[in-house]
Design a protein around this ligand. Structure first.
Ligand code: B3K
Ligand code: ZN
Length: 871
């Protein structure tokens, strides 16, 4: 296969107006009859070229006449009907009959079996595994879908749109026919058949229409769907209030399945979800599970407008729908919960994982220009950095113009397949702001670095700030241009220690600076002393700062910045500086002032969820993102040393806070648990407090009063036991396994804890876990629960100097390559980023990449990444 380029886009030679599908489900031989109404676009003599993979062609009928084999060509990926075989005239019908084998489809693309149910995943290019088609998002058709299957095994037969017909057939078969009036690309097609429990509710839209809401879950799980239902209703209301966007069909269905490559899929009117993002009750789901379920439900719902009603012209434009929809779900989460904490958590993900991607071999602009396997581009860059780009736009033009721009966008493009430029132009027209330079964010990659210089003239009271920007210069990007970057700052006029005002107006000054040049200077007057700068309020741009602030300045920002993000970030910077020192010098002496700072955070008036974020150390990945030539083991030890130092120094306040958080009832229980469990993770490093971990486990997982049991607290205790390798760990794991062995989603947490134990035995344990009866590489959640959990959460052994950690990962990837190329390709991320590590580690990681590259049957997914990494 050859890569495709954005620059080569051209409209399709044919379009499809209507699709009439009839699908007769059977495990190993499903029959698909696909009747298409095609229209030639313009006057040309091009062949009709349809995509198709893993299909058995049974017959072709063109304008009611059978098309014989010598009149078309067929290979593994294409069905080509030359112009000479096509009828006169512009419109014609084609009936394609194929057979497929869902049971052997372990790639989980196209039609496959998830346990006993049939389901589909068509984005990005999975429909071609169901039938021959123009499998590209700019071909939009109205679909009618008739599904036929055994009535006992598959009482529910679902597809997109509204149900228009159903009935019984001989041989215990039945059928249901669905019609979706909204033209859509085939990637939004879905079909589900199975035996489910159904949670029903409704929503009345702002114009008074009643929409039926239906959530389908495995038998016995009905109570676990309540949270998803409430989340859906909240999302529907929020999109009406915030953007005036109303749902458009009479029914909205969500099906939870266990076998799914991603989180969920926004198929029109019929979302298919990984059950992990639907099922929850307090006994088996954590607070972050609850949060994530609400966010993913919202995300898929929001796609109904940003993605489905207006879709992408081609896959290079993926961020048109994903960046925008992530931005929308982040705003929603911020409105439903603490916007400060939501923002901090989003930034943590960006700075740890997206920055690493943007610095690694698969770095790409949020609108990629070259793609071999599209599934490789559902990335943190397209999604999370894409959302940051939309957020910058929101910051630059303001909330009202942004809303106006959204209105323009839908007025212009409803029912169409468009580009990122179309979106930006709508925003530009709505706001009157020239966004030409801003568009460079779509074509340049890499995290820009902003260098900060300040000066103060005591005689005039003028404070001067100079900012310079630099995007990475590489072979792929030799001459990056200056970007249009919104930089929100706060000038703090109070000293940390004296509280004396240094500004005549006595208020912090908040400014929005627009950095558009390589270097730019701003002056601010009226200061009697130099103000303290708080950079990047709300994290107004996805950039790195080259700005060293001394401890006093950081403490001032932590205490006196009005912007909560800046207060948090200054604390993290302080912690990060210790981690950096300790990485290079294990005997570095940490200033006792840090303990005062931690104590005052713990006693500060902030809300508890915020304090939990303040006192949490930067993760291994966040820290790694700020360093070069990383010695991973030294970094791991540095974080452990700092953690122990804080535990020892602040133990009294940590214990007092831990206990205070336990006292509270239902109110703010999520925030209380968050803070309590960060305190516990510090305290668990000190032998005299380790009894608390055992107590919490008992309380939360083994309580006589089952309503007191709680998965957040259970998992927090287990995590402490695993990280410190406490003596109680094996007993706790045994108890947990006995209790949950039939609940696979909860067993995933157990596998993940097992894979993150910090113990020299880990490789034996990993192999035992792989042999566990509940484990199978065929289920992506299960595969990730051991493999990703080890590679992402166990840095000490993943990076162990024998190379065994890298080898373990590579061996699992090799097996996954045969089973599920998409999942295999995601797992390889930590290895391809080898260049940020010290030489010895680089070599060990690279050796594994070379082994993988030589695999027989190497999938395109892995090949694309390995080629990029080994260049
Ligand atoms: N659009 C889907 C992702 C499809 C992944 C294809 N490999 C989920 C989402 O972003 O909402
Ligand atoms: Zn999405």
């Amino acid at each position: 296969t050859e890569p495709r380029f954005l620059a080569d886009y051209r409209p399709a030679d044919f379009t499809i107006n209507t699709v009439n599908l009839s699908i007769e489900l059977a495990d190993t031989s499903t029959k698909v009859i696909n009747e298409l109404e095609l229209v030639k676009q313009g006057d040309h003599q091009q062949a009709l070229v349809l995509n198709g993979e893993h299909l058995t062609l049974i017959s072709l009928v063109l304008n009611d006449q059978p098309l014989h084999a010598e009149l078309y060509q067929l290979n593994d990926t294409l069905l080509t009907i030359p112009a000479s075989s096509l009828p006169e005239g512009d419109s014609f019908t084609l009936i394609i009959t194929t057979e497929i084998n869902p049971l052997e489809n372990t790639a989980l693309e196209g039609l496959f079996k998830s346990g006993d149910a049939f389901c589909t995943q068509c984005e990005a290019e999975g429909f071609r595994r169901i039938s021959y088609y123009l499998d590209r998002p700019d071909v939009m058709a109205t679909f009618t879908t008739k599904v036929t299957a055994d009535k006992t095994l598959y009482p529910f037969l679902l597809s997109n749109g509204n149900k228009i017909d159903s009935g019984d057939l001989p041989g215990n078969q039945h059928f249901v026919t669905w019609y979706d009036p909204f033209p859509k690309p085939c990637y939004l097609f879905a079909l589900v058949a199975g035996n489910f429990d159904l949670l029903e509710d409704k929503f009345t839209t702002m114009s008074g229409r009643e929409v039926a809401l239906e959530i389908f879950v495995d038998k016995g799980n009905l109570a676990k769907a309540e949270h998803a239902m409430v989340s859906l209703q909240k999302s529907m209301a929020w999109d009406e209030q915030t953007f005036g966007l109303e749902y458009d069909l009479d029914i909205y269905m969500i099906v939870a399945v266990d076998f799914f490559n991603m989180g969920a899929m926004e198929n029109k009117g019929l979302n298919v979800f990984n059950s992990k993002f639907v099922l929850a009750d307090s006994q088996c789901a954590t607070d972050s599970d609850y949060f994530n379920i609400e966010a993913v439900i919202a995300h898929e719902y929001f796609h109904n407008w940003t993605g489905n009603r207006v879709t992408c012209r081609d896959w290079f434009q993926l961020s048109l729908k994903e960046g925008l929809t992530v931005f929308r779900d982040q705003q929603f989460s911020g409105d439903m919960h603490s916007s400060a904490v939501t923002r901090i958590q989003n930034v943590r993900v960006l700075r740890s994982l997206q920055f690493a991607e943007d610095a690694g071999p698969m770095a790409h602009p949020i609108r990629p220009e070259k793609v071999l396997e599209m599934n490789n581009f559902y990335t943190l860059t397209v999604y999370e950095k894409g959302a940051e780009v939309i957020r910058m736009l929101h910051t630059l033009i303001g909330v009202e113009n942004f809303r106006k721009g959204m209105d323009f966008y839908f007025a212009r493009f409803d029912g169409m397949a468009v580009t990122c430029d179309d979106f930006i132009n709508a925003m530009s027209d709505a706001s009157g702001k020239d966004l030409t330079q801003f568009k460079l964010w779509y074509s340049q990659y890499g995290t820009p670095v902003i260098k900060v210089a300040q000066a103060f003239d005591a005689a005039t009271g003028i404070y001067t700030l100079t900012l310079s920007q630099q995007s990475p210069v590489t072979k792929k990007q030799e001459n990056p241009q200056a970007l249009h970057i919104p930089i929100k700052i706060e000038l703090i006029n109070k000293d940390f220690d004296t509280n004396a005002s240094v500004n005549t107006s006595n208020l912090n000054q908040t400014k929005l600076l627009e950095l558009t040049q390589d270097t730019q200077t701003w002056s601010f007057s009226g200061f009697s002393q130099q103000p303290t700068l708080a950079m990047l309020a709300d994290f107004s741009a996805p950039v790195k700062l080259d700005f060293s602030q001394d401890e006093t300045a950081l403490l001032t920002v932590m205490k006196n910045a009005e912007n909560s993000f800046c207060r948090w970030d200054a604390g993290q910077k302080l912690l990060m500086s210790y981690i950096q020192h300790l990485t290079f010098d294990a005997d570095y002496v940490i200033s006792p002032a840090l303990i005062d700072a931690i104590n005052s955070m713990l006693m500060g008036g902030e809300d508890r969820a915020f304090i939990a974020e303040q006192i949490s150390l930067p993760s291994f990945d966040e820290a790694a993102g700020l360093m070069i030539d990383i010695e991973p083991l030294a970094l791991f030890d540095a974080i452990s040393t700092l953690s122990l130092f804080i535990a020892q120094g602040a133990q009294q306040q940590l214990l007092a806070t831990y206990q205070a958080c336990q006292q509270v009832g239902e109110e703010d229980c999520v925030a209380n648990r968050a803070l309590k469990n960060v305190c516990l993770s510090y305290l668990s490093r000190l032998p005299e407090y380790q009894y608390l971990v055992a107590e919490q486990y008992q309380q939360a997982a083994n309580n006589n009063d089952i309503t007191q049991e709680n998965m957040t607290d259970t998992l927090a205790a287990l995590t402490c036991s695993a990280k410190v390798n406490l003596p109680d760990l094996s007993e706790q794991l045994q108890h947990f396994e006995n209790k949950w062995h039939d609940t696979t989603l909860v067993m995933d947490k157990w596998f993940a804890i097992g894979a993150s134990i910090v113990s020299d035995d880990i490789f034996t344990q990993l192999n035992d876990l792989l042999k566990h009866p509940q484990f199978t590489l065929k289920n992506p959640n299960r595969a990730r629960s051991i493999i990703s959990a080890f590679a992402m959460n166990n840095p000490k052994y993943f990076h162990c100097k024998t190379g065994k950690g890298y080898q373990f990962l590579a061996q699992q990837i090799a097996k996954m390559n045969e089973i599920n190329p998409q999942v295999a390709s995601r797992l390889v991320t930590p290895l391809i980023q080898y260049k940020s590590f010290a030489t010895a580690h680089q070599q060990l990681m690279k050796a594994e990449l070379i082994t993988l590259h030589a695999l027989p049957n190497l999938s395109n997914d892995l090949k694309e990444k390995l080629d990029a990494a080994l260049i």
